[in-house]
Design a protein around this ligand. Sequence first.
Ligand SMILES: CC(C)(COP(=O)(O)OP(=O)(O)OC[C@H]1O[C@@H](n2cnc3c(N)ncnc32)[C@H](O)[C@@H]1OP(=O)(O)O)[C@@H](O)C(=O)NCCC(=O)NCCS
Length: 169
Amino acid sequence: MTSSLRIRIEESTDRAAIRAIHAAAFGGNAEADLVDRLRADGDLTLSLVACASDDVVGHIAFSPLALADCPSVKACALAPVAVLPPFQNRGIGAALIEDALQRLADADMDLVLVLGEPDYYGDFSFRVEAAEGLKTPYDGPYLQALPLSENGRTASGPVVYARAFAELT
Ligand SMILES: CC(C)(COP(=O)(O)OP(=O)(O)OC[C@H]1O[C@@H](n2cnc3c(N)ncnc32)[C@H](O)[C@@H]1OP(=O)(O)O)[C@@H](O)C(=O)NCCC(=O)NCCS
């Protein structure tokens, strides 16, 4: 990992850098727009940046999920996560995910969902099988869940994502 890496909550002065990270990493504005919409809607459960020296080089966002059949389950979605291309493959993405999951566990989150490569997210204990009882707009081989509590382990039924996901292009 980059030796001087620091992970912290996003600040308002980070917004342009966060947009630039997603645009460069994904090669388009859809994810940057998603983050801005989540923020505007008050739907950023957790938003962390990774700083190498004074530069913001990575970002991860989480937003709330509503489980109609299990209203006591505190759940959120990991999306998006990105690292500036020249800084990729140095452990910064992993550091962001691990730091965020620890903060969510400390905040008594029950369940985290992610849509992405099982090979990557499996390293952080996300499992496709753990999402099988849930019904989301993203069901399939890339949807994975990480229960953080017994309440999260037994969660099932329909899942509603934050409004900004419906506006994803
Ligand atoms: C995915 C991403 C955030 C990972 O950040 P990172 O700092 O490069 O990742 P790390 O250094 O922690 O981990 C690197 C490892 O992840 C693997 N990896 C990276 N992206 C991957 C992907 N999309 N699918 C599978 N494996 C992936 C690398 O091959 C590498 O594997 P290795 O350690 O076995 O060599 C970053 O590559 C990125 O911004 N990618 C473009 C945006 C994106 O696809 N975001 C995720 C959407 S689900």
